[in-house]
Every structure is written in C-alpha cells, then in structure tokens.
Design a protein around this ligand. Structure first.
Ligand code: ZN
Length: 283
C-alpha cells in the first residue's frame, strides 16, 4: 500500500485518495505520535494506516491547508541534507564545465528547509531557481547496494535548490554549501510520496516556471548519476539515516545561464510528475 505523507502545523499527517488529510497521531491507533521524524522510522506502519483512511473522516482538504499556510516541509529536521551539482547533461552543457567523473556533492544545511507554499526571502539580487527531485531515505545504513536502494527509500518529493549565485561564487573554490543554504532557500513538498505510487521513479518529468514562464523542463532519466547510484555512493562513505534528504540535481534552464535572477514578487512554480507542485513567492 502506498502513502502520501505531509506535515500540517508541524504534525505528521497522511493524505487519502481524495486529497483529504488525517492527523497521524489521531488515526494511527497509538502506533504514532505527532513527530514527523519519528513517523518516518516506521514505513510499514505508515502503509498500514494509509490503507485504512476513510475520505469521509478527513480533517480537511490539502488545498485548504495549503491556502492557510499550514503545510510545512514533509521532512522538517533531517540529520543530513545532501545535494548533487551538475547531474544533468544539458545543465552541464549550459554551464560549460567538464562532466564530473564522480558526483559533486554538497550540503544544503537543513535550516534552509521550508514548506511547499513558503515565501522565499531574497537576501540578494542574485538568487536563482533549480527544480530538483528530492529523495528521502527510509531504511538507512552503510554500503547499501544499488539494487536495494528503491526499496529503502521512504519516498520522493519536489524540491527547489534556491541558490545565491554571488554568495556561491564569492570564494575560491566556490562554496556551494553556504550559497544554497540561506534561510527559506529549500522549499520541499507538498507531500512525501511513496515510491510505489509514482510510475517509473527513474523517469519523472520535472518543470519549473517563474511567473508562468517555463524556465526548466526535463526528465529525471537524464541524470548522469541516478538515484540508486547516488544512494549507494553516499552510503559507502557515511551512514545514511532515516529522513536524510538528497537533492539530486537540476535540469537545464537556470537563471545564471540566461542572465536572469529572482526578484521580489516573482512566483516560482515547481512540478514533478506524480509528486505535485510547489508554489513559492519571492519577497
Ligand atoms: Zn541544485
């Protein structure tokens, strides 16, 4: 049984098939408390509870909760939040660098994470958009074989790796970590969707619009290092923990290349097939 996991008022919740939400502590028969990070340690429990949801007893609709600003990041406090740079061939081409022999991994410090409808608070005139598929680790550990990866992933969600280009390139070599970790520069959501609920998790369409204009449009199948490789690679180096996030890189069309940057009032709309849409206004 699949599930879609969200946070409402920073409490774990599940969506039913009509997009109604159910507080996990209330519907979980004592198996769950309100803490979303604790809930992710019991994926089997999430599946069981999701199978029992009755849309007629929903606490409300996801759309209403989003409009009221009550929906937060599905995974609000991961131990680690990894991101991968230069992972799509067309994006590497547009940035005129050599294709990497190994994944270029950096950190988005978890304090940057916000929900699917959060404002992005611009702190410079050089902020840029990057729609990305975000992988959430379910059953972590070391030395995870690539062919086990999808069965150990808690789910997928949409992410925006908002980047302050001036900050990113203000040091030599560039510091990706800080340049991509300003507060509010990590919108995620709207739901964490179990892998069995999306069609082919290795081939999902991604799209990013700014003020209704399509800026990025690609497919996750054109990643250079795919999800099984990335998880296996990271877990050979360090322990992956339940709830850890991996931003898996962005397709072509970033503002740094086209000479554009985000400005106050801009609305970034980020969509991934089967996962939903983030709508973030810049202020
Ligand atoms: Zn990125």
């Amino acid at each position: 049984m699949s599930y879609r996991f969200v946070t409402i008022d920073d409490r774990a919740a599940l969506l039913d098939d009509d997009d109604g939400w159910h507080d996990l502590a209330e519907v979980g028969n004592g198996r769950f408390g309100p803490d979303p990070m604790e809930a992710l340690a019991d994926l089997g429990g999430l599946r069981e509870v999701a199978a029992t949801l009755d849309p007629r007893s929903a606490s409300g609709s996801l759309a209403e909760a989003r409009a009221a600003g009550r929906v937060g990041p599905p995974v609000p406090r991961p131990t680690n939040c990894f991101a991968v740079g230069l992972n799509y061939a067309a994006h590497i081409e547009e940035t005129s660098v050599a294709p990497p022999a190994n994944p270029l991994v950096f950190t988005k410090f978890p304090t940057c994470l916000v929900g699917p409808d959060a404002d992005v608070v611009l702190e410079s005139a050089t902020a840029d958009w990057e729609v990305e598929l975000v992988v959430v680790i379910g059953v972590g550990g070391r030395h995870i074989p690539a062919d086990e990866v999808w069965s150990r992933v808690a789910g997928l969600m949409v992410g925006q790796d908002i980047s302050d280009r001036a900050l990113q390139f203000s040091a030599t070599p560039p510091h990706f970590d800080l340049g991509k970790s300003r507060d509010t520069y990590g919108p995620t959501g709207p739901a964490l969707v179990s892998v069995d609920r999306v069609g082919d998790p290795d081939d999902l369409e991604l799209r990013c619009e700014v003020n209704g204009n399509v800026r990025q449009h690609g497919r996750s199948s054109s990643m250079i290092f795919d999800v099984p490789f990335l998880v296996a690679y990271l877990s050979d180096i360090l322990t992956l923990r339940t709830g850890d996030l991996i931003f898996t890189g962005t397709p072509a069309g970033v503002g740094r290349v086209t000479g554009d940057a985000l400005a106050p009032g801009d609305v970034i709309t980020s969509t991934i097939e089967g996962l939903g849409t983030l709508v973030n206004r810049c202020v």
